[in-house]
Ligand binder design. Structure first.
Ligand code: FPP
Length: 243
């Protein structure tokens, strides 16, 4: 397919994309920021800064391709165990993102949602989240979900409690108590930096998700790399337990 604004090799590769066979929901584990920085003799946080730039590009291309949901793992429950300065830096990135990107998101028809235990985040970030979600809620093109203070097991426990409160026990009842019940399960998970793990991301939702791992570090994950992942996905035969 032709994609507006794409040039060179990325545009060439995009020609092989089949619009009807694109995933509806892409999830990404943006891994390798620290290693990217280390390789260049930079502090780890520089890697996160570049990583935020990569996320912007991936969001933009997703919208252009007509992907409907993009979930990015921005901060896990386990990330609280990192050094204080790194946590503060990541929280600041999130603050800035929520303050500065909302205009662009709105303009491009992108709806922002956060998945995770928001009430454990600093108060001002909670307010920024409510504001950003509210201001972008009418976006129809793409839903961008940032997983923040997110853990798959925590989400499962939370949903189990909700289901018990309701007194109905079924897959559908469980789903109603996820952070974002309206979001379809991811079709494709991309994890960068060579790690081949799920790391407590969307455990319930990934029952039938196609997994794609690439050695490329997240700050280096280009439009071209993204299209390569989508092409790989299109070649797969999804059976969902059928023959
Ligand atoms: C994993 O790399 C990355 C993270 C824990 C943070 C991801 C955050 C971003 C890409 C910034 C965008 C976020 C916002 C708030 C909009 P790592 O640090 O584990 O890398 P390493 O495995 O090489 O050490």
């Amino acid at each position: 397919m032709e994609v507006e604004g794409l040039k060179g090799k990325a545009a060439e590769l995009a020609k092989s994309l089949i619009p009807e066979k694109l995933p509806v929901h892409v999830a990404v584990i943006m891994d390798g920021n620290g290693r990217w920085a280390k390789k260049r003799g930079l502090p780890r946080v520089k890697g996160h800064e570049r990583g935020a730039r990569t996320l912007r590009k991936v969001v933009e291309l997703s919208a252009k391709l007509g992907i409907k949901y993009l979930t990015a793992f921005a901060f896990s429950k386990e990330n609280w165990n990192r050094p204080r300065e790194e946590i503060d830096f990541l929280m600041n990135l999130l603050r800035n993102y929520l303050k500065k990107e909302v205009k662009t998101l709105k303009k491009n028809g992108i709806r922002l949602k956060i998945a995770g235990d928001i009430e454990e985040l600093p108060e001002d970030i909670q307010n920024l989240i409510r504001k950003a979600e509210g201001e972008t809620s009418s976006g129809q093109r793409l839903e961008l979900i940032l997983a923040v203070n997110y853990g798959g097991r925590a989400e499962i426990v939370r949903a189990a409690k909700g289901m018990a409160g309701e007194g109905e026990f079924s897959v559908d009842a469980f789903r109603r108590h996820l952070y974002l019940p309206h979001v379809p399960d991811p079709d494709l998970l991309i994890r960068t930096s060579g790690e081949q793990r799920i790391s407590n991301f969307l455990l319930w939702q990934m029952a039938y998700t196609e997994l794609y791992f690439t050695p490329v570090l997240w700050p280096d994950f280009s439009e071209r790399e993204y299209i390569k992942a989508l092409l790989d996905y299109q070649r797969r035969e999804r059976r969902f337990g059928r023959i």
